[in-house]
Ligand binder design. Structure first.
Ligand code: 3EB
Length: 345
């Protein structure tokens, strides 16, 4: 059965009836997801972050309510409707190991540049100019190599590639998440892009990530705190990976419960901003879908205990083990809300 027109997200268990795949745009699986027997041609981002036992949900499924069409551009696998394109790319870093001659960049840097260049080329070729939401997963995100933390190498390369492609590196930049995957995993990037520009939303409690001071790296992370997409049938709010950061500083080191509460306060602030900016939106914490990244699996009960009263029992939640891009952060939460609009008369 096909969903009504407009973008949809479901975190599904796999035990449900197999959906009709014709309107599915793309899927993300995680380590521990049962093998997916999706219809041929559906892009599947294979994210190497373990699903934590508490998760009833195993897959992330994006669908459109309209028949979608598959394609490939370079190494980007995509599927699209006239309004929206889902794409994914996975690049093993070993392919970017230094060849003959001294290279001044790391293999992660080169893989990141390649991924973003291929993404930009796909959007240009297929005619979906607006990058809305990007998910980035890289192995060993907190490890130093070539004299710098790998997350910082990633930030430098992402910014460089977007700039080279003629895209913004501050302001009109997509919502995003960037998390650690297991060692030896390829760089995996998946994304949604559209024909129409979204509204980019910043958090009044936080410095914009693209304006972080240089103590967090020579090149700031290029992402907006949230993006709000208006389609004829619905509004979609993409909330970026959000953590216990106020201003630009990490708060509550070592205190997972307090970090979770601070993160939820940040998400609430973004929901408030989105509702204020959109006018006709009424997003609230109880109707968002959440992806919760947990650094230490043993912290899961503490995080759940903070989340449950704030989001209620109906919210879709998936819990994954992942390293977070600052050593002192123990939890990060991304969220997506879809708010139907009254049908135009
Ligand atoms: C933060 O607020 C936490 O580099 O794309 C969150 C979301 C974070 C996206 C990214 C990083 C990214 O800075 C980390």
């Amino acid at each position: 059965m096909r969903a009504p027109a407009g973008l949809h997200l479901a975190y599904v268990s796999g035990a449900e009836e197999t959906p009709g795949w014709d309107d599915v745009l793309g899927v993300a699986t995680f380590s521990g997801s049962p093998r997916l027997t999706a219809a041929a041609g559906i892009p599947v981002a294979q994210v190497n972050t373990p699903i934590l036992a508490a998760s009833a949900h195993r897959y992330e499924v994006w669908s459109s309510g309209r028949p979608a069409e598959s394609g490939q551009h370079g190494r980007v696998l995509f599927r699209r409707t006239p309004e929206m394109l889902f794409g994914c790319i996975a690049l093993p870093e070993r392919e970017f190991a230094a060849g003959a001659g001294a290279e001044r960049t790391s293999s992660l840097h080169r893989a990141t540049e390649e991924a973003y260049q291929e993404i930009c080329a796909t959007l240009e070729a297929e005619g979906y100019p607006h990058l809305l939401r990007v998910w980035n997963y890289l192995a060993d995100i907190n490890r130093d190599s070539d004299g710098t933390e790998r997350y910082r190498q990633f930030n430098t390369a992402r910014q460089h590639a977007l700039h080279t492609c003629g895209r913004a590196v501050a302001g009109s930049v997509p919502a995003a998440s960037a998390l650690g995957a297991r060692s030896e995993s390829p760089l995996v990037v998946y994304f949604l892009a559209g024909q129409v520009a979204p509204l980019f939303v910043e958090n009044p409690r936080q410095v914009s990530a693209y304006h972080y001071p240089s103590e967090y790296g020579t090149h700031s992370p290029v992402f907006s705190r949230a993006a709000l997409l208006r389609q004829s049938e619905s509004l979609t709010l993409f909330i970026s990976g959000t953590a216990s950061i106020v201003g630009h500083q990490s708060l509550h080191p070592g205190d997972t419960a307090a970090q979770t509460r601070e993160t939820l306060t940040n998400i609430e602030a973004l929901v408030g901003e989105a509702n204020r900016r959109a006018g006709d939106a009424h997003f609230d914490l109880a109707t968002l879908a959440y992806k919760v990244y947990v650094r230490r699996p043993a912290d899961l009960p503490v995080i759940q205990a903070q989340l449950a009263p704030a989001v209620g029992s109906k919210a879709q939640i998936i819990y994954l083990q992942a390293d977070i891009c600052r050593q002192d952060l123990l939890v990060e939460i991304e969220a997506t809300g879809i708010c139907p609009l009254a049908a135009a008369a």
